[in-house]
Design a protein around this ligand. Structure first.
Ligand code: MGD
Ligand code: MGD
Ligand code: MO
Length: 585
């Protein structure tokens, strides 16, 4: 599943005995980041990331292409930071929109960020430019950490990353000079090369050297609004092991279900055969690496149910499609969010559904009744359910209905405001050295290993967001389609010249395993370094029912035959494929 609309489906299925649940927004998105920060600070960051961009004096973006990635509140604060002339440092093989606003652009070779991070940390430790007071008070294992990273010099990192040593050093002095009001953005879609938990942990450690945890202009500690749950019956207990990987048996630091673990279990029938998938609001054929494996898993199923709002590729394979009303046509579960202030927000219908689509909660309630477990949904409708929750929290239902959102009372979110720091790690400190990682058989301090580079004539395929589209779900929306109807492949001008490609020409991309994409237009540009090519995610639909999106642009997902799995938490890499160009006859 993806998104909070899954609420009642997950509830009904769990009430029926389902124990395996997963979504690509963990193992293909932010999972390694959560693991890396939890291993270091004892807590993940949650969503949205509590970056105090509003008050920061320096912002470092590693990937994180804010402005193309339209995470709204961060993008607004980013725009204000640009206006405030805050120094921005962008590490990206591509001259992203964010890079165009930056004081420093570090056009790194894809997959080498850990080398940069380790060298930055070594530089700051060696030259004493880190927050010694923070490290002395809260750090665990700092001396062993410092000894371990000693090997990573700026000159060495320059060789690995393709960046000039002066640039590496200048950027470090800039952000370290402004600590603690400095943000090394923790990232969001961090599944790049399969060693992402350790890269994320390096970002967490560098942030530790900046002493920016719980600090104004750094990372604040988000506050929430408590709304009691609606009283619902408990789920039945199962004696079976989990097949979704969330029990830590296969990946010790996974704390949510892993999509590819369910897929593997379906293919291998281990630990038991899986006969049905219920898919809510996720287009697995665009979101998971290795489409072939997903299709083989579909073949093994007796039943594939897809709850959707559009005819996605995945819906095309379903035995049963449950058409849901779109968000403007329905009530959803109450959304209680975190931020500078906690809040509760209501999604309510503003127009009727045009045909026979139904809201998710209604479909889930019908399913519960047909399955003979109607008691797990003990309310007449969503108004009754929501009103009860809101009133039990001492909030006004009328106000919420009228305003759509209720803000909580401000609490301290930074040390400056009186927040006391606590760390829920085994040592109760910030773990510069991690005994629990060592015990699980991995590096207690991240170690750099070089990734395979492709054969000659092949280029590392990297991906990101198209600012006007959301994943693969909006390409057929008439308003958005008019803005961007297909993606392009970004190719460095030198590469284009060498390959005999013209700007605007159509090509196909072929990966190292011979898989060929739809046709896609070449964007020959100096905005990307040689050695890699870039396409935005979500295009190249293969479902004819999506008339205006069908075969428009290339699908990155279709080219991801190879992927590496993060051994710490099960995340799957999205950038480990190499492509070459196939010219049109
Ligand atoms: N418009 C729009 N916005 C969205 C979404 C959407 O669908 N549409 N989806 C949302 C979601 S769920 C997420 S998770 C976020 C994802 O957005 P981000 O978290 O910002 O994704 P990233 O992968 O960090 O960023 C992609 C950038 O990383 C660069 N990059 C690629 N390889 C490397 C590398 O090896 N090193 C470095 N330093 N950079 C590299 C790419 O060139 C690109 O500019 O976006 C969110 N915002
Ligand atoms: N190749 C590649 N793979 C990726 C990524 C990438 O950049 N490249 N990004 C990764 C990231 S960061 C994430 S978060 C995941 C996200 O991947 P997904 O979870 O698959 O997200 P979407 O592609 O938006 O698919 C959502 C599907 O839900 C449908 N939908 C939208 N709204 C509703 C609704 O209200 N109700 C119902 N029932 N259905 C709805 C849409 O029509 C769409 O088909 O993908 C990951 N996978
Ligand atoms: Mo994501």
């Amino acid at each position: 599943n993806h998104g909070f609309g899954q609420r009642f489906f997950q509830h009904v299925l769990k009430s029926w005995g389902v124990i395996n649940v997963a979504g690509p927004s963990y193992a293909q998105c932010r999972g390694p980041r959560d693991a890396g920060f939890t291993l270091t600070y004892g807590s993940g960051l949650g969503s949205p990331e509590p970056t105090d961009i509003k008050n920061t004096e320096c912002l470092v973006l590693i990937g994180s292409h804010l402005g193309e990635n339209m995470h709204n509140s961060q993008v607004q604060e980013f725009a204000q930071a640009v206006e405030r002339k805050v120094p921005i440092i962008v590490v990206d093989p591509r001259f992203s929109v964010a890079a165009s606003k930056a004081r420093y652009w570090l056009p790194i070779i894809p997959g080498t960020d850990l080398a940069l991070l380790l060298a930055w940390m070594n530089l700051l430790v060696t030259e004493g430019r880190y927050d010694k007071a923070f490290v002395d008070q809260y750090g665990h294992g700092f001396d062993k950490f410092a000894a371990e990273i000693k090997q990573y010099t700026v000159e060495w990192a320059a060789g690995e990353t393709g960046l000039a040593p002066e640039l590496i050093r200048a950027a470090a002095l800039e952000f370290a000079g402004r600590r603690p009001a400095t943000i090394i953005h923790p990232g969001r879609r961090v599944n790049w090369h399969g060693d992402d938990t350790q890269r994320s942990r390096a970002i967490a450690l560098l942030s530790g050297l900046m002493g920016n945890w719980g600090r104004k202009g750094g990372l604040f500690l988000a506050s929430g609004l408590k709304v009691p749950a609606y009283p619902l019956p408990p789920y039945p207990k199962s004696s079976k092991p989990k097949a979704d990987g969330s029990d830590g048996a296969r990946y010790p630091f996974a704390d949510e279900g892993i999509t590819t673990s369910i897929r593997d279990a379906t293919l291998t029938e281990k630990p038991y055969p899986i006969k049905g998938w219920f898919v809510y609001s996720t287009n697995l054929l665009q979101a998971l690496p290795n489409r072939e494996e997903t299709l083989k898993a579909f073949d093994k199923l007796d039943l594939l149910v897809v709850c959707e709002t559009i005819p996605s590729e995945t819906a095309a394979y379903a035995d049963v499609i449950l058409p849901e009303s779109i968000f403007l046509e329905r009530y959803d579960e109450l959304l209680t969010g975190y931020g500078r202030v906690g809040w509760a927000a209501l999604r309510q219908p503003v127009v009727a559904s045009p045909h026979e689509q139904k809201p998710g909660w209604w479909i889930a309630k019908q399913l519960a009744e047909k399955l003979g477990i109607g008691a797990c949904m003990p309310f007449k409708d969503m108004e009754e359910y929501l009103k009860t929750r809101v009133q039990n929290a001492g909030l006004s239902w009328e106000t919420l209905k009228k305003d759509g959102v209720i803000m909580g009372t401000p609490k301290p979110i930074t040390v400056e405001e009186g927040l006391a720091l606590e760390f829920d790690t085994p040592s109760k400190k910030v773990e510069f050295w991690s005994d629990q990682i060592a015990k699980a058989g991995f590096d207690p301090v991240p170690k750099y290993t070089r990734h395979e580079r492709g054969p000659k004539g092949y280029y590392c395929l990297i991906t990101g967001r198209c600012p006007v589209h959301t994943f693969s779900r909006t390409q057929s929306n008439p308003l958005l389609r008019d803005l961007v109807v297909e993606n392009q492949v970004w190719v460095n001008i030198t590469t284009a010249t060498k390959e005999g490609l013209k700007n605007g020409q159509y090509v196909r991309l072929k990966n190292q395993d011979g898989v060929v994409s739809n046709r896609v237009q070449v964007k020959a540009t100096n905005r990307i370094r040689p050695g890699c090519v870039y396409i935005t995610h979500g295009f190249g639909s293969t479902n004819k029912m999506l008339k205006s999106a069908y075969l428009r642009g290339a699908s990155a997902a279709g080219l991801l035959t190879r992927y590496k799995t993060d051994p710490l938490m099960g995340g799957t890499s999205i950038h480990s494929n190499q492509v070459t160009f196939v010219r049109e006859a």
